[in-house]
Each structure stands twice: as C-alpha cells, then as structure tokens.
Design a protein around this ligand. Structure first.
Ligand code: NAD
Length: 466
C-alpha cells in the first residue's frame, strides 16, 4: 500500500511544476470539468448521502452539492483577479522598485476530510487547491464509505492521478500518507486528530490548515425574540441530526426565560422534524453515523441524568435505526461530561445565567469555539459579547449561515482550528504569498552599504521615515 502512495506522491511532485505554469483559463477549465462530473453523478451522490447518513435529498442538495456549485462558480468568476500579482507599497530602499505579491501554488497537498458533510468537506478544499494550481492527494472518511466511494469515482473521471488522486481507507491510510513530505496539509476533523496531524506535519515542516470542532455556544439575552431564537437554534442543532461542526452545542439563557424557550423549541422541532407529535420524520431527519457514536451520545444523556440533570424535552431514541429524538437537558451539574466534550448530536443543554458577564465567563472557561451565536436586539450586549470572547465565526440572531458566504473566511481559532477556507481565503490557503521586488536601475539600497563614515544622517533619516 505504502508503495502506491509513494509512487503517486512522486508523480505529483514531478507534475506540480507543470501546474505552477497554468493560467487562470486552464484552471477554470479544470473547475468546470469537476463541476460537470459532479452534475453527472448528482443522483449517486444523493444515494450515497442517504446510505451513509440518511440525509434527505433536499438537505443534501442545499448543504453539500449546491453549496459546492456555488463555490466553484464563485472561484471561476474571481480566479483571474485572485491570481493577479498584487501591488504592494514601497519602502525606503525599494522606493524606485516595483513591489509585488505573487500567489504561487503550495505544490502537492494532502486533504483529509471527515464524515459529517462528507461530500462538501472534501470538495470545498479541493476546488480551492485546484484554483490555486496544486496537485492533491485526498483521503475521505472511512465512516461515510458510500460518499467516499463516489468522490473517488468523480476524481478518477476528471483527473489523472499525477494531478489529483483519492485514496479511500481507514486510519492506516492517513497514517501512511502523513509520513510523506507534503507541501501543505488541509485537515478537517476533530481537535484530537488535529493534534496528531500537526505533529506528523512538524516532522517535515509542512504547513497545515486545521478545520476542527469543539463546543460552539449560543448566548440568548434578556430581550431576544425567543420564538425566532428557538426556531433558528432548532434548525441549526437538528440539521444532520446535530452532526455539524458549527451546530449550536449548548445555550446560555437567562433563568427567567428558560421555560418559554423550551416551549418554543418544542413547537419548532415538531413543525420541522416530526410527522405527528410522537413520530419523528425519518424522511428528513438524519441518523447518527454509526452505532459507536449513537452509544456515545446516549451515554452523555445518561451521565448527565445520573448526575442530576433533567431531560426537559425528548430523550427517546430508536437504536435499530440510530435515531435520537431532539432532546433538551436542563439543571446541568458542572461535572456533566456533556459540558466537557463536543456533543455532535441532537441534544441541547440549557445553562441558565443571571448577568450577561456570567455567560461570557462560561464561554471563556472553555476552549475557543469554532462558532459563537448571539440572540439579542441590544447592540450594546452584542458588542460586549463580541469584544469579550473569541470564536472562529459569529452570527447575530441566526446560526450557521456565516459558512455559506464565500466572501467571509471560514475557520477556527486555536483548538477549533487554524487557517481558513472558502473563496479567496481558500485560494490563499493553498498558495504561498511570495514577495517579489523588481529593483530599478536607480536603486536606493546602496546608501546603506559600507563604509559607514559620514552616513549618520542616513540613520536619522531612516528613523524618521521607516
Ligand atoms: P476525525 O478527526 O475522527 O476524522 C477525520 C479524518 O481523520 C478522517 O478521514 C479519519 O480517517 C482521519 N483520521 C482518524 N484518525 C486518524 C489518525 N489517528 N491519524 C490520521 N488521520 C486520522 O473526525 P470525524 O469524526 O470524522 O469528524 C468530526 C469532527 O470533525 C468534529 O470534531 C467536528 O467538529 C469536526 N469538523 C470540523 C469541521 C470544520 O470545518 N471546522 C467540519 C466538519 C467536522
């Protein structure tokens, strides 16, 4: 197995020099053929997502496929502009020179992706890598095998393996690939595996982009519209059955508003995800990816209950179809495991607070989240929260939607990730920003060359103008 990886890697190392010289039109052609192959395989992608996660076609179209079409089209429209070397200002010694920033491809990149949005989370970094002129080796998740398989098929249809190659398989495949001296690694997954990836990359001094996860909090303030908040949180929490990296993980809410929020959350979940008050609608409500994760989530509910938490909504589950009903937990003790790890399931803990600063303190007592949501109509509260917390991204009076705008960078901070993707940010992630100075015949640098006698005036001048 390792031999195949080595030979493809070496072929890509040779081919990267050809790709470095591709222009915008050639790269756009590659993006167009990728889009055409996705369009051709669209029904198979929906079948795969149904098989891996029981995703409805509508949800899969919106969150996985159309999302990628949008990103490809955006890259096609803007690539010429992104690739153009940018003018930079001058410094004293390059006053007469032309100063430019060139975007050169990183080279041969490794992209490792997770199972929760298995199509989108492989295709999104890939299209940025292609736009930036790279070769890439892809390793999709073994936990979503049907989607990984269709990704492999699409890649084979569009690309020679010396340019893009997909290796399906489990951890052993990632482990073997991570030994190779890639020019860049783009990893999407858990913080725990992110550490392993970064450690492996350090051995080769390979640059990394880590798109990780964690607990993304939602703060609801005293004046927020609860019907609006409950509906949006219900959608953000329950789309893909809570298996979304930026899903609202837990909610911080004023004590006196909790009961009303639960009522509104119940109404919203019933309207969106139930056939009748007792029966969840499996046609549109995804399943938990596998038995191990199903048991992990049930164990989180059981642990919290055993330590005194109350199941205020839901709690029912159907093990044979790996389905957990929308659940709300209240009265959580500080030592509940569910407040320590990312839930990644349809369970919403509510933590009450009295003063807004108490909520901020709880957020800041945990690792920096990938997303932080605020429900408030009070600008002062909103800015107070933004200024006193850190997060990869934030929405005010909504959830998740920041990920859908390619004009915004998407990424985490510290334990929720480093680097960013989408639009120009993805293009830059897969590019090296190279400083290039074209010196003029009339250059000023020589004034700082030795000998230094009689040049103290230059130091004075430099102190003033630099
Ligand atoms: P994971 O970290 O378990 O796996 C991700 C990928 O890493 C998979 O392809 C897997 O095969 C590979 N992998 C697993 N163990 C490895 C090892 N020891 N060495 C090298 N590679 C290994 O994550 P997951 O369970 O697939 O996905 C869920 C996590 O991903 C959550 O934490 C979620 O928040 C995060 N996530 C983040 C984003 C984002 O954009 N920031 C998006 C989706 C998911």
């Amino acid at each position: 197995m390792a031999q195949i990886f080595d030979s493809v890697f070496e072929a890509q190392q040779r081919h990267k020099y050809t790709l470095r010289n591709t222009n915008a039109a050639q790269r756009i052609q590659k993006l167009k053929s990728l889009k055409a192959a996705i369009e051709k395989n669209e029904p198979h992608i929906y079948d795969a997502l149904q098989s891996d996660l029981r995703k409805s076609q509508f949800e899969a179209a919106v969150t996985e496929v159309i999302f990628i079409y949008g990103e490809i089209d955006f890259a096609i429209k803007n690539l010429g502009k992104w690739m153009k070397p940018k003018h930079a200002g001058k410094s004293m010694v390059s006053l007469m020179a032309k100063n430019r920033i060139y975007y050169e491809p990183k080279g041969v990149c490794l992209i490792i992706s997770p199972w929760n949005y298995p199509f989108q989370l492989m295709m999104s970094p890939l299209l940025s890598a292609i736009a930036a002129g790279n070769c890439a080796i892809l390793k999709p998740s073994e936990l979503s095998p049907a989607t990984s398989n269709i990704i492999g098929k699409i890649i084979k249809e569009c690309f020679d393996e010396q340019e893009i190659c997909c290796f399906e398989g489990d951890v052993s495949v990632s482990t073997a690939l991570l030994k190779l001296p890639f020019d860049h690694i783009f990893f999407t997954g858990s913080p725990a595996i992110g550490r392993i990836v970064m450690e492996a990359a350090a051995k080769n001094l390979t640059s990394v982009t880590l798109e990780l996860g964690g607990k993304s909090p939602t703060i609801i303030d005293q004046e927020a519209n609860l019907k609006n908040a409950a509906e949006k949180i219900a959608w953000g929490k329950l789309v893909n059955a809570g298996q979304t990296c930026i899903a609202p993980d837990y909610v911080l809410i004023p004590e006196n508003r909790q009961e009303e929020f639960i009522r509104e959350y119940n109404i919203a979940t019933q309207r969106m995800f139930f056939k009748n008050p007792q029966e969840i609608n499996e046609d549109i409500y995804a399943k938990i990816i596998n038995h191990k994760h199903f048991k992990r989530i049930i164990a989180l509910i059981d642990d919290a209950s055993a330590k005194g938490a109350k199941v205020s909504l839901g709690g029912q589950y159907q093990e044979e179809v790996q389905t957990i009903n929308p659940t709300v937990l209240t009265k959580l003790p500080a030592n509940a495991n569910i407040m320590e790890e990312e839930i990644f399931g349809p369970v919403l803990p509510l933590i009450t607070y009295n003063l807004l600063d108490e909520a901020i303190e709880i957020v800041n007592s945990k690792s920096k989240p990938l997303a932080l949501y605020i429900f408030s109509d009070n600008g002062k509260n909103t800015h107070h929260i933004i200024k006193n917390t850190s997060a990869g991204g934030t929405c005010i009076n909504d959830v998740l939607i920041h990920i859908s705008n390619p004009k915004l960078p998407f990424g985490g901070v510290n334990s929720s990730g480093m680097g960013s993707c989408h639009g120009i940010f993805g293009f830059k992630t897969f590019s090296h920003e190279r400083s290039v100075v074209f010196q003029s015949a009339m250059n000023m640098s020589s004034m700082i060359y030795p000998p230094y006698d009689g040049k103290s005036w230059i130091l004075k001048l430099l102190k003033k103008i630099m």
